[in-house]
Design a protein around this ligand. Structure first.
Ligand code: HEC
Length: 100
């Protein structure tokens, strides 16, 4: 019986924790916010310290964390982009540069 009681709560938790990024919507967000450093093809500019996303292959979780909080010379976007925008751009990075 316990399982039957806990199951709906578990399903709700899964639904809200799942990154529901939309890679198509993320393309415009990438163009507007990321392309200057990481380039249109994601290869970055290693001479200036901007990593090649196609080589680094960050996980979607890493990308979400980095975009939200920034790191080193990577700016944070947590205060300018919505959570949905960040999930969308992370889905775009994953679908386009990490797992094309
Ligand atoms: C001003 C330049 C700049 C902009 C704009 C920028 N980044 Fe970055 N990004 C960096 C730098 C520099 C690093 C390396 C950070 C470090 O670890 O010191 C980085 C690291 C990353 C990494 C981690 C790569 C790895 O090594 O695993 C990801 C993913 C990433 N950026 C995605 C994005 C996305 C998505 C956007 C747009 C929302 C964005 N960046 C915008 C400069 C930038």
């Amino acid at each position: 019986m316990r399982v039957l009681v806990l199951l709906p709560a578990f399903l709700v938790a899964c639904a809200t924790d799942m990154p529901a990024g939309d890679a198509t919507a993320g393309e415009q967000i990438y163009t507007d916010n990321c392309e200057t450093c990481h380039m249109v093809d994601g290869t970055g500019d290693s001479a200036n310290g901007y990593p090649d996303l196609t080589a680094e292959k960050p996980s979607t979780d890493e990308t979400i964390d980095l975009v939200t909080n920034g790191e080193g010379d990577m700016p944070e976007f947590g205060s300018t982009l919505s959570e949905q925008d960040i999930m969308d751009v992370a889905a775009y990075v994953d679908a386009t540069f990490v797992n094309p």
